[in-house]
Design a binder for this molecule. Structure first.
Ligand code: SF4
Length: 312
């Protein structure tokens, strides 16, 4: 009996940090991250967003020291603050171009979250991407750095994307076809909310409602072939449902006419290692729906590379 995997599939799984079960392998010592993993939680909590991770390290000691980041814990917003600091969303979001949309988000004061943010977190990646990853809201590190999915959860997301040949590279890195036309490649990553909820609490319905037009416009501009919704709040917000992820996985949903595949948030996967196998299944389904990697999907479906015994 074999795992039925070729070297390429093994490499893809390795990128995701997933070990392949070997039938006759000696009893495996638990990996360090497994030992540290807490028991499976029902779902990613706001505190479990990528905030639990560290900021990126400096890349070269020879470079001058970068300016200090804003305080790690900016003053928290009290939702009971006077509404006088708020202002309506700008009109015409549905027809904005990228520059207009980004400027509108940066200046937005349509909900109380604007009062506690260090900066808005608009999105990152290729604006011509086939894939769009949508998470919940910025955490502490995202708020400081201005990017979604940073730290350990962001690293896991990058590994997951690398496993299917994608990265969050910007447009300039997209391959160019022989006729000089940029090919649709890569991934665009954004959150439902563009501002950090105070103390990483759960997003409120009115905040989601206020911010959703920005995301809707981002989706319209990117025109992805597939959306990967990560984490309970992103999933429930996009699909307008209160059903748990476990009941929504394995099906193709729709958002603004774009197929949506539901999966777990990387921060949750860091704590619930066995769920990585499900995340792999979700990625395979997304690949199939996006019309890419059909052979890999077929192989994965024919022989689940993750044995249950791997997690016992
Ligand atoms: S969360 Fe969205 S709606 Fe609220 S202030 Fe930030 S950008 Fe505006």
């Amino acid at each position: 009996m074999t795992t039925g995997l070729d070297d390429r599939q093994r490499a893809m799984l390795a990128e995701m940090g997933i070990r392949v079960w070997a039938p006759r392998a000696a009893a495996r010592a638990p990996a360090a991250d497994e030992q540290a993993a807490a028991p499976v939680a029902p779902q990613a909590t706001p505190a479990g967003r990528s905030d639990a991770t560290r900021p990126r390290a400096a890349t070269s000691a020879a470079k001058p020291a970068p300016p200090p980041l804003p305080a790690a814990t900016p003053p928290e917003h009290d939702p009971a603050q006077p509404a006088a600091t708020l202002a309506p969303r700008p009109a015409g979001i549905e027809s904005m171009d990228w520059a207009q949309l980004e400027a509108a988000v940066a200046a937005c004061r349509a909900c109380a979250l604007c009062t506690g943010r260090t900066q808005t977190v608009f999105g990152v990646g290729s604006r011509r991407a086939d894939w769009m990853v949508i998470g919940e809201a910025p955490g502490e590190n995202e708020d400081r750095l201005g990017q979604p999915f940073v730290g350990q959860a962001g690293k896991l997301l990058d590994n997951m994307l690398a496993a299917i040949g994608l990265s969050r590279q910007a447009d300039a890195d997209d391959p160019v076809a022989s006729d000089g036309t940029p090919t649709r490649q890569g991934v665009y990553i954004a959150n439902v909310l563009k501002c950090r909820p105070p103390r990483n609490r759960n997003p409120q319905p009115d905040e989601i409602a206020q911010c959703e037009p920005y995301l809707r416009r981002q989706v319209a501009l990117v025109q992805p072939r597939i959306i990967l919704a990560m984490g309970r709040f992103a999933v429930q917000s996009l699909l307008n449902t209160s059903e748990p992820i476990g009941r929504l996985r394995g099906r193709v949903h729709q958002y603004e006419g774009v197929p949506v595949i539901v999966t777990y948030h990387p921060a949750y996967l860091l704590r619930a290692l066995p769920e990585k196998a499900k995340a792999w299944q979700d990625l395979c389904l997304a690949l199939e729906v996006a019309g890419r990697g059909a052979s890999a999907t077929a192989s994965a479906s024919a022989s689940n590379p993750i044995s249950d015994s791997e997690h016992q």
